[in-house]
Design a protein around this ligand. Structure first.
Ligand code: GUN
Length: 295
């Protein structure tokens, strides 16, 4: 039997419409228009496409945007100066520095310069720590999109066996915390895991986020499991996920395709995070004013 295909494009457009409605509501209630600042260094063609799509999504959601495009030879110090200035700018709610930067720039140094209240990628140590501690903060967009897809597919998470293959800061690690927060039993598998197929076959929820084309096949999937493929690998045969879709679709209960699965969710969750940051900044400003009046 063939699995239910989880349509990321459809879910993404539902989330974006929901966010657009909430942005309009926030403004109607006296809030300011949320504004996202994007920063792109260099001329990587894929990064240019990603950022252009993010800016288009902002416009459709009623979110303002300010785009900074810097030449490839920009120094790390100049980039950090810009990121700090955006962090101090009261007119900016979210900061997104498109990764990866050119080789001479240390991405960790740039991320460390992002104001955590505006860290809509959820990559700063502050937001990573809040997530690991099960406290509210800004959550990285791709893992947040994975949870949204699981909910859309109706996959129960409470008490479920979840196996995540991959332990990156952008996806695997935050997903461990998000799934734990939903009371799943979480296993993090990686390149040193013994008997990867055996571990994966335990999973009611299998998430592949390793960046190895078609690493997981039918042998890795428990019959009826929900399989979420985060991989986007450019190969000579076109775009491939980390899962051999044709094989896994025959065993899984539900599965995301590549492309058209997790990919479209990232931008939708970025819009949601920008609104969350705007709301939180507005609330903390109001609390500050109330404190000032009380003095
Ligand atoms: N490059 C690829 N994915 C991402 C992402 O989610 N955020 C940023 N900032 N850069 C990326």
């Amino acid at each position: 039997m063939s699995a239910q295909i989880i349509d990321g494009k459809q879910v993404s457009s539902e989330v974006r419409e929901r966010v657009a409605g909430e942005v309009a509501g926030f403004i109607a209630d006296g809030g300011h228009q949320p504004v996202l600042a994007t920063v792109l260094v260099g001329d990587d063609p894929a990064s240019h496409v990603y950022v252009a799509n993010k800016l288009k999504a902002c416009e459709a959601a009623g979110i303002g945007s300010v785009h900074h495009e810097l030449p490839a030879e920009t120094s790390e110090r100049d980039l950090i100066t810009l990121v700090r200035a955006l962090g101090d700018d009261d007119g900016i709610d979210g900061i997104l520095v498109q990764l990866p930067p050119p080789d001479h720039i240390d991405p960790d140094a740039v991320i460390a310069a992002i104001n955590p209240a505006k860290d809509v990628d959820g990559l700063t140590a502050t937001n990573a720590g809040l997530l690991a501690g099960g406290r509210p903060g800004l959550v990285p967009c791709t893992p947040a999109g994975v949870i949204e897809l699981l909910d859309h597919a109706g996959t129960p998470l409470e008490g479920a066996e979840a196996v995540i293959v991959g332990r990156s800061n952008l996806v695997g690690r935050p997903l461990i915390s998000l799934l734990l927060g939903r009371n799943a039993t979480v296993t993090a598998a990686h390149s040193r895991t013994r008997d990867l197929a055996g571990v994966c076959r335990r999973a009611d929820v299998l998430v592949a986020a390793v960046g190895v084309p078609e690493l997981l096949g039918a042998d890795h999937v428990k019959p009826g499991a929900t399989v979420i493929d985060v991989g986007i690998n450019r190969t000579d045969d076109g775009l491939k996920g980390d899962v051999d879709f044709e094989a896994a679709v025959e065993v899984a209960g539900a599965i995301t395709p590549v492309p058209g699965g997790v990919g479209p969710m990232t931008i939708a969750m970025l819009m949601a995070n920008t609104l969350t940051a705007a709301r939180a900044r507005s609330a903390s400003r109001a609390a500050g004013q109330a404190r000032d009046h009380a003095v």
